[in-house]
Design a binder for this molecule. Structure first.
Ligand code: ASP
Length: 314
């Protein structure tokens, strides 16, 4: 007989990619693991006190946005023009209400701005200058662009420009991504998903990836699943990743894990790379990815926090 699902579950990610033990210093690895553990703890505190999945995913993502090691909020990658343009989305599986922002430049925690779009406007997605103006009206903390800047991300842009000057390909889809996300199922059985990112180093022309697109990189529906993705965003958009996983569960009767694996296989079929985290309406929780690693973590009412980076862990 199947055991009952845990009373609540939380899964987080901090991006997928070409992580290798050989090239990650012990100090960097410890710092990533501490950041993931702190995000799990923030969400766990809410879920264990019978708080909502929505509050838990926002709280977990805020911790990862404030951590300079991940590509979201502080530590976001730079555009070709040397700016930080941030994308984020949040979705409530109970009502399928959703909010998202794209290309915002001043809000310390873009995930909270996405939630404000969901709660305070009749819209789902606000972009660029308009979203920055809306941010002022919300009263959410605004910061100078220097808040987002880290030397490592600045050097990544310099390296990309140097490669372009040598005539080398600028976008490598197997790069280490660093988008962050969280999905949760609360004690009332409601699902929620949240994703936040700086996008891709060297992005141009107002490029927007999958993270703020509901049904692509972020999706939640109490009837099926909540997902948050990371990876080559254009490919997640092309396969409609989040919605496709939900549709497979509802219409084919797939388990969330089988649906997630099928969509990652489909992504690979069009040369896409990355991963995603999920929690199912059935209480299952986990991840699927096709890269050598994904920063990730999971905690449930019946399982202690687990943090992992490389593909042979957890
Ligand atoms: N999926 C994100 C994007 O394409 C990048 C990432 O996962 O780091 O914007």
């Amino acid at each position: 007989m199947n055991s009952p699902p845990p009373r609540w579950s939380l899964v987080i990610h901090g991006g997928s990619g070409r992580m290798a033990r050989a090239t990650m210093s012990a100090a960097a690895e410890a710092d990533y693991r501490a950041g993931l553990a702190a995000a799990l703890a923030a969400g766990e505190a809410i879920l264990a006190a019978d708080g909502s999945a929505l509050d838990a995913v926002e709280a977990a993502v805020v911790v990862l946005e404030d951590h300079p090691g991940f590509n979201a909020g502080r530590g976001a990658v730079f555009t070709a023009e040397g700016r930080n343009e941030l994308d984020a989305a949040i979705m409530d599986g109970a009502t399928r209400a959703a909010g998202a922002v794209a290309g915002v430049t001043r809000t310390r925690n873009p995930i909270s701005l996405a939630r404000a779009v969901m709660v305070q406007t009749p819209h789902v997605l606000l972009a660029r200058e308009g979203a920055d103006i809306f941010a002022l009206e919300t009263g959410l903390p605004q910061v100078d662009s220097g808040w987002f800047r880290t030397e490592e991300r600045w050097q990544a842009l310099a390296a990309m420009k140097a490669a372009a000057a040598r005539g080398e390909s600028v976008f490598d889809k197997t790069l280490k991504y660093g988008t962050v996300g969280a999905v949760a199922r609360d004690a009332a059985g409601h699902l929620a998903a949240a994703t936040s990112t700086g996008g891709l180093t060297g992005k141009r022309w107002g490029r927007i990836g999958d993270s703020p697109l509901i049904g692509a990189g972020t999706f939640a529906d109490d009837r099926s699943v909540a997902i948050s993705a990371t990876g080559s965003g254009e490919d997640f958009i092309r396969v409609g990743a989040g919605h496709e996983i939900g549709a497979r569960i509802r219409m084919l009767g797939d388990t969330p894990k089988a649906a997630a694996d099928a969509v990652i296989a489909e992504l690979r079929g069009i040369d896409g790379d990355g991963g995603l985290i999920f929690v199912g309406a059935d209480g299952s929780a986990g991840w699927a990815f096709n890269t050598p690693g994904m920063f990730r973590g999971c905690v449930t009412a019946s399982q202690k926090p687990l943090v992992a980076i490389f593909d042979d862990e957890g």
